[in-house]
Design a protein around this ligand. Sequence first.
Ligand code: M6R
Length: 616
Amino acid sequence: MCGIVGYTGADTAKSILTDGLKRLEYRGYDSAGVALERMGDAGSCELDVVRRTGKVAGLESELVARDDASTCGIGHTRWATHGRPTQANAHPHVSCDHRIAVVHNGIIENFAELRVELEERGHRFASETDTEVFAHLIEEAYAREHDLMAAVRAACTRVVGAYGIAVVCADEPGVIAVARKDSPIVVGRGERGSYVASDVIALIDATRDVVVLEDGQFARLSPDGIEYTDAEGACIEPEVTHIDWDIDTAEKGGYPDFMLKEIYEQPRVVRDTLVGRLSPSGELDIDELGLSFEELDLIDRVYVIACGTSYHAGLIAKNLIEGWARIPCEVEAASEFRYRNPIITPSTLVVAVSQSGETADTLAAIRDARIKGAKVFGITNVVGSPVARESDGVIYTKANKEIAVASTKSFIGQVVSLTLLAMLLGQVKGRLTTRQVRMLFHELGDTAAQIQWILDTQVEAVHKAALACRDAHSALFVGRGMGAAISCEGALKLKEVSYLHAEAYAAGEMKHGPIALIDPGFPVIAVTTRSPTYDKVVSNLKECEARGAMIVAIATAGDEDIRAIADHVIYIPPVRDAFSAITATVPLQLLARDVAVLRGCDVDQPRNLAKSVTVE
Ligand code: M6R
């Protein structure tokens, strides 16, 4: 959460910073700010700090009046943790003497003690944030060390928590000091200068060769180059990562919003996630597995741990892992799992699912699980992310960068990846033959074309259903089995982008309480695909219809009977129940987005949310 950028070089810093911040807005968008180095009247360097509440566009307008002279600066876009989203709490934060400015992504857990201690020594605080202690700690250390990197290293020894920081100091013009612990930082050198950001997306125009800083590493950026050091100040040579995805990912490419663009990318995500996963002899090939087949054969319990949409991918995986491998599988919110005492043995497999690979609760849960002896397998979209690094094995979801805050294509990548894992466990446990695996694999691949069919033929039907839902106050999503899991994701999507209250319920549970909510016109969105429980779901819908519900059915193409009870029908192609989540989720994503657009919501950046949740 929060995005940081920094640039020092030969070009105008302010436009590089605002362009970078706009690309990082998915990480937070309640306020934004920059600190630019400028020559003061007396010929010495000064820091020009500009901060605004709201999105980066507001900051950019404010900066129009500034000249282009500054060639070094840092910037920040915020998702508030400590302190309200006010101008005073916006970053950068500055030292008392206004000579040092800091941008920070993360949380300083001991900031309250540090603040008291610093105030006792005479420091004056201008914000309610945890970050500001960094500015004052660095100021004190700089007075002793007279060296920015040494001062930043010293400050880092005092703080407890997570941080990715970039720091400028008016007494060392052109230098940006960078440090990282548990919050992402990437650094890169372009032809025209040196760059730092929370995510490569902000610096990919300048370079495709970046260093993903590790915990405890520091970088000193100057117009001439970048030096990397460890916590003791010794020089290190970090690994360089080449970014091979295209900048088109960061552009809307003719779509009105990223969410729609990303929904339309889903056929490609299925295909890319499956590329190279089946050997010519028909064996599943997961080269980053990190666990031998012997180790997998010993697995007798699986926990899938994740948050939000990734948690819903876990609900789908439970059906597959238990169905194909007959291994008991529990799905838990990472934020709950880590605070209880789950039964973990060396034969427990913990599968951590995270688009960003940096969700704080998921990371803490896998660290805990490893300490307790579990094998950990990661499913993530971000190469080299903490989840990938801290897992024994990993499957990358190949969704490419996902920019809309509401996850869509990464969910499809997660479900496809979890399906592969479930098939592999089934094969290793001797419950699926090579022939069955090959057949399932090809059917899984067919879902790419099935999604395309939905996108090509069902948009109008979705739009009519969206018009019918637009003015509702609440909606219920129902289904059974896979349909129940899919409903959870449908309800979350609608809530987060349209601010319409939505709840998912197992259809058979409706009569035990939620049916009391239904009055004439109440929207019930039902997953009624052809499945072993189809007739049961239809019975449950009849109960809703009898009470006046407005029913939207996600049904299998060719099912005309469903029209007798549904007000709106959106079709998906016939598909094996095991794979229905991959297709049936797509109309629900489209529906949520359509309702949000009709209600005038910002679908890509819903209020109060951020893409990467790096706080607990
Ligand atoms: O990056 P992660 O997959 O770990 O993120 C988990 C959730 O924060 C995320 O899925 C969130 O629920 C999305 N906004 C859902 O659209």
